[in-house]
Design a protein around this ligand. Structure first.
Ligand SMILES: Cc1ncc(COP(=O)(O)O)c(C=O)c1O
Length: 370
């Protein structure tokens, strides 16, 4: 290293582990038709109404996008019954996580993050020169809301909750959520990352937007078009909060942070009731199938409220071994070692044939190890 001026906190960042392109993995291993169930994407593709809208807009790419996302904000305002001024649009909800940190966290300020949870929170806090205060999930992998409240001090600015939580698929119950938001002092903002909200089946799930609407709380709820609507490659998500907090984030964002195809696709996707229905029923049927098969294989797993879940591969093998063996058989899963869960892999629900392929190949790997 010769460049001496990079901040220490940037040097310390452990980069988010990216996956290789699927085509490159196939070329290296000499395999074809591999199945990727590693990134919690929509296995059914992209909302057809969104694709149609994109095709019709291709001729306008010489123009800058609408920097105010006027039509999308109005559509979301209708959907959620909340003023457009309370909505902020981002280049994926990841960008909103970054914008929130850049807007509200100064050098040395603290953010409370649970563990294991989405890795991007602590990476982005570090990149801004902030300090992450880590609160372990409880033994049942639910949020320790009491621990979170105890960790607040005068330097705390943000609390990140992923609800449902990536990677555990667990939710914060209504009771715990209300307990938490009622106790958070005025100088702290809760970021409720609800990227997987639409997949939740539990009646005990608190929809964060219900707690923003008509209230003046320091609460920002993040949603995404990447998962349910299959728009991960276009990068678009949104946040819902008070008009005041949204206004501060608006000052920090780039004027054209969200491209025009993404805005148009998102509006169309919100109207695509048929695709939403298909995606949700594929998810439920896929979870039922995968749970049943893993049960018959005597493999333990964490039941989920999302479109992904954790599978315990120990004592038969480590997560790294499971990942590598499955990769060679053309199934790409997530090795959870980087989340501190070296005994687990994470998979998302695939199409029925992808789910069957995973079970078949995983079953064969297990047989070789028994
Ligand atoms: C908890 C959580 N939040 C946010 C995101 C990012 O979503 P987006 O594609 O909108 O940036 C993900 C993606 O995996 C996620 O798991």
């Amino acid at each position: 290293m010769t460049y001496k001026f990079v901040p220490e906190y940037v040097k310390e960042i452990v980069p988010y582990p990216p996956g290789k392109p699927i085509e490159e993995v196939e070329r290296e291993l000499g395999i074809k038709n591999s199945v990727k169930i590693a990134s919690n994407e929509n296995p059914l593709g992209t909302s057809p109404l969104a694709v149609q809208a994109i095709k019709m807009s291709l001729k306008n790419l010489n123009r800058y996008p609408d920097g105010s996302a006027f039509y999308l904000k109005n559509k979301l305002s209708d959907v959620h019954k909340i003023a457009p001024e309370s909505i902020i649009i981002g280049n994926g909800s990841n960008e909103l996580i970054e914008l929130i940190i850049r807007t509200f966290l100064k050098l040395g300020d603290e953010a409370i993050i649970s563990d294991p949870s989405f890795l991007i929170y602590s990476i982005t806090v570090k990149a801004a020169g902030g300090k992450s205060i880590i609160i372990k999930l409880k033994d049942d992998y639910t949020y320790d809301v009491k621990g979170i409240i105890k960790a607040i001090n005068k330097r705390t600015r943000l609390i990140f909750v992923s609800n449902p939580n990536n990677p555990t698929g667990t939710i914060i119950t209504k009771k715990d959520y209300e307990w938490l938001i009622e106790r958070v002092p005025k100088h702290v903002i809760i970021v409720d990352d609800a990227a997987y909200r639409e997949f939740v089946q539990s009646d005990d799930y608190p929809d964060g937007i219900d707690y923003v609407r008509g209230k003046n709380r320091n609460l920002i709820v993040l949603r995404t078009f990447s998962k349910l609507y299959g728009l991960a490659g276009l990068r678009i998500g949104y946040g819902v909060t008070t008009a005041e907090l949204a206004g501060y984030i608006e000052r920090v964002r780039q004027p054209f942070n969200v491209n025009s195809l993404a805005q148009i696709a998102a509006i169309a996707a919100l109207n695509d009731k048929a695709f939403v229905k298909k995606t949700l029923s594929n998810n439920i049927a896929g979870l039922n199938y995968l749970y049943k098969m893993l049960d018959t294989m005597n493999i333990s797993f964490m039941p989920t409220q999302a479109n992904f879940f954790l599978i315990r591969v120990s004592p038969f093998m480590s997560a790294k071994q499971a990942f590598e063996s499955l990769l060679r058989k053309g199934v790409i899963v997530r090795d959870m070692t980087s989340y501190g869960l070296g005994d687990y892999i994470r998979i998302n629900v695939g199409t029925p044939s992808e789910n069957r392929k995973f079970i078949k190949e995983f079953g064969e790997i297990l047989k070789e190890r028994l």
